[in-house]
Design a protein around this ligand. Structure first.
Ligand SMILES: Cc1ncc(COP(=O)(O)O)c(C=O)c1O
Length: 472
């Protein structure tokens, strides 16, 4: 593809995306594709010779689009959002255009330095502890996901607890990690990958607000020490997946500090709320954390993937992950004056993700980002008010930010049927969880273009559909 042809096709693609943005709210949110449907429609073999661009775009419309669940629909209320925005998509395109692989500072200094700079900006923007800034002993790095961030935190914790011996000799089965029953499954995955073994992950019970009970954490740590085990890692969550509950980080942090245990704070979804000073109390206690992460690819208008991961002591992380073969040696690295992000995460290679984050922050400005976050939180509160005022529905928990957990009073079966009928209808998409042993519907408000009218229409649809089912 010559630059001239690229220009031409590029215009077509940008037009396609802009048209998609305009019409996405009219498409069925949850794909109606059946298992195997797309594969059956695709040719058995790849083309032997190149095809027309028009033919590919036609297949995009006719074959691919029906198999898309529209995460960018303003009627997407499922899971947590993976929102995006114009500046972010353009940043992604520029990153692809530059095609940089930024494993070392030397392999594209701007890729590293923009990342360091934007992550330092975010420390201020979110009111995070200064110790996470790169000009002290800490620093931030962009990871693909919160799952990878948790794994890296756990690996560094493992090494710190074993004086860097487990990197060399492997785990001896005595290291123990702690999280709550509500912690995201990525922590169990990390515990398995890091070689601790999932039987060495303790899931601490939660209180009525689904927040970890620090008294039970302290008790469990005591018991494990008495049994000759080595507690090394606690993951506290700011905004759990099921209900956006916040663990008591100040108490958990004090326990970790007194016990010399690494504290990782996972704020994957809720972390963005700290842009707004009036919501920043969610980060109380984070100053006691050894590491912290949040996902701009969830709620900060930056398309997947982009997780910001901070450590208070970058030396521990780097020493855990660094391996320096001859072919990566270079003068800037040896000078000690640069950051080589290859040592801050699992893969060697890395994309120029900071570009899209930088473009998002520059396009919206901090005040612009706050405006959208506040709008989502206000919508969630309004919806919660409608639920409280209805006879047939109840809140499962008072919404803290932008996730509304509620249920029909008619029981688990009715709630599941209600959700399935709503999702099959294609107008909205929401998902469920279990809270207190009962099926609970989750209504997550965070798509970039969700407005009051979408939430209002959704609530009307929910109540009408429920009336229909209750009358069956
Ligand atoms: C609290 C929490 N942590 C971690 C994750 C995993 O996120 P990722 O897909 O970035 O690994 C999620 C996903 O929803 C989450 O809610």
């Amino acid at each position: 593809m010559t630059p001239e042809e690229f220009r031409l096709r590029g215009h077509t693609v940008i037009d396609w995306i802009a048209d998609y943005q305009e019409r996405v709210e009219t498409l069925p949110v949850l794909s109606r594709s059946k298992p195997g449907e797309l594969r059956a429609a695709l040719p058995e073999e790849p083309p032997e010779t190149g095809e027309d661009f028009e033919a590919v775009m036609r297949d995009l419309d006719e074959l691919i689009l029906p198999g898309i669940t529209h995460w960018q629909s303003p009627n997407f209320f499922a899971y947590f959002p993976a929102n995006a925005s114009g500046p972010s998509i353009l940043g992604e395109l520029l990153s692809a255009g530059l095609g940089v692989q930024g494993m070392l500072w030397a392999t594209s200094p701007a890729c590293t330095e923009l990342e360091t700079h934007v992550l330092d900006w975010l420390v201020g923007m979110l009111g995070l502890p200064e110790k996470f800034r790169s000009d002290g002993e800490g620093g931030g790095v962009i990871q693909d996901t919160a799952s990878s961030a948790a794994l890296c935190a756990l690996l560094a914790a493992r090494e710190r607890a074993t004086d860097f011996l487990s990197d060399e000799k492997g785990c001896d089965g005595r290291l123990v990690a702690y999280a709550s029953t509500q912690t995201h499954s990525s922590v169990e995955k990390a515990v398995r990958i890091a070689g601790l073994g999932s039987s060495n992950l303790r899931l601490i019970e939660v209180d009525d607000n689904y927040s970890m009970r620090p008294d039970l954490l302290a008790k469990q740590i005591r018991q494990d020490r008495e049994a000759g085990l080595v507690p090394c890692f606690v993951c506290a969550t700011v905004g759990t997946t099921s209900s956006l509950a916040v663990d008591p980080v100040p108490e958990i942090g004090r326990i970790c500090r007194d016990e010399g245990i690494w504290l990782h704070v996972d704020a994957a979804m809720a972390g963005t709320a700290a842009l707004c000073p009036e919501l920043r109390q969610i980060n109380d206690g984070v100053e006691l954390a050894d590491s912290y992460c949040f996902n701009p690819h969830k709620w900060m208008f930056t398309n997947f993937d982009c997780d910001c991961f901070y450590v208070a002591d970058r030396a521990a992380l780097i020493r855990t992950l660094t391996v320096l073969p001859e072919y990566l040696r270079n003068r800037p690295t040896e000078s000690g004056a640069v950051i080589d992000y290859r040592d801050w995460h699992i893969p060697l290679g890395r994309r120029f993700r900071a570009l899209k984050l930088w473009m998002v922050i520059r396009h919206y400005g901090v005040e612009g980002l706050r405006h959208h976050v506040r709008a989502h939180v206000a919508l969630a509160r309004e919806l919660a008010g409608w639920i409280t005022g209805s006879e047939d529905f109840e809140l499962a928990i008072e919404p803290l930010l932008n996730l509304v957990c509620f249920r029909h009073r008619g029981g688990d079966d009715l709630n599941m049927r209600l959700m399935e009928e709503l999702n099959d209808g294609g107008k909205i998409y929401l998902t469920h969880t279990k809270l207190g042993g009962r099926i609970t519907l989750r209504f997550s408000i965070g798509q970039t273009n969700t407005e009051r009218r979408h939430v209002e229409d959704a609530w009307r649809l929910i109540t009408e559909t429920a009336d229909g089912l209750a009358g069956d």
